[in-house]
Design a protein around this ligand. Sequence first.
Ligand code: NAP
Length: 260
Amino acid sequence: MKNFDYNGIKVPKLGLGTWKSKDESCRKSVSEALEMGYRHIDTAQVYENEEEVGAGIQDANIPRSDIFLVTKVWRDKVGKSDLKNSVQQSLEKLKTDYVDLLLLHWPVDDVPLDEQLEALQNVQKEGLARLIGVSNYPVDLLEKVREELNVDIATNQVEYHPFLTQDKVLGYLKKHGMFLTAYSPLARGDVLENSTLKEIGLKYGLNPVQLSILWEYQQDNVVTIPKSEKVEHLKSNLEAIEKELSKEDMQKISELQSPK
Ligand code: NAP
């Protein structure tokens, strides 16, 4: 598994998304994923599955320090007094003392941005999060965070897949040595029916889901977190990263995003 190195902290370039994973199925898929080699798990307060993610991590019996665990603070918890409390509750549910990455889930207008970031930084200083970041931020807000408020964020988690390549956001993140975390990297399953992806995939023995994962994985400064609760999907998604796409095919997939 390749990692993205952010200031010496290794971020596995393929992770497991867990939005809509619930109950026993979530717990099982997290532990199965870890057992087969995934080392990066993405959850959020609003997914209401932190308990099950934590239980799945425990079931897998893999050293905590080998796992890159991400959670996100929901919009109503970004105020100074709420944020730390909410993170402590997340950690309790996740059955761990820290997360590797803590994100502000969405931009929020009703609490000043500097206050949200100060609360996030405080939690990081206290050791509850190794890295901090944001999600769903446009470039102008990223600029405000880094250049005006001088806050060291590692990533912006945004929707990113062969039909939506977010060139502006990725360009900004690259320029500043940060990484883009690609959410809904399979376009929530829509990549499956795309004829170009099917055709390119045939050359490599990959289905469109695997091809999309590999296309994301091979890009500099991109980390991808496809979601699956099925053991056969978890396996084939992980197997995809053993192959390598040619420059030409990488480019062809990048060009899918806008009907030309
Ligand atoms: P996604 O990963 O693009 O797609 C998930 C869908 O693809 C599921 O229905 C899954 O079904 C299916 N799938 C996975 N592997 C497959 C395979 N090999 N063959 C066929 N189908 C397959 O969608 P997503 O869940 O929206 O995004 C991924 C993660 O990003 C989320 O789970 C979450 O952690 C994160 N996210 C973050 C935000 C944010 O605001 N920051 C927003 C959305 C998502 P099965 O489970 O049946 O395999």
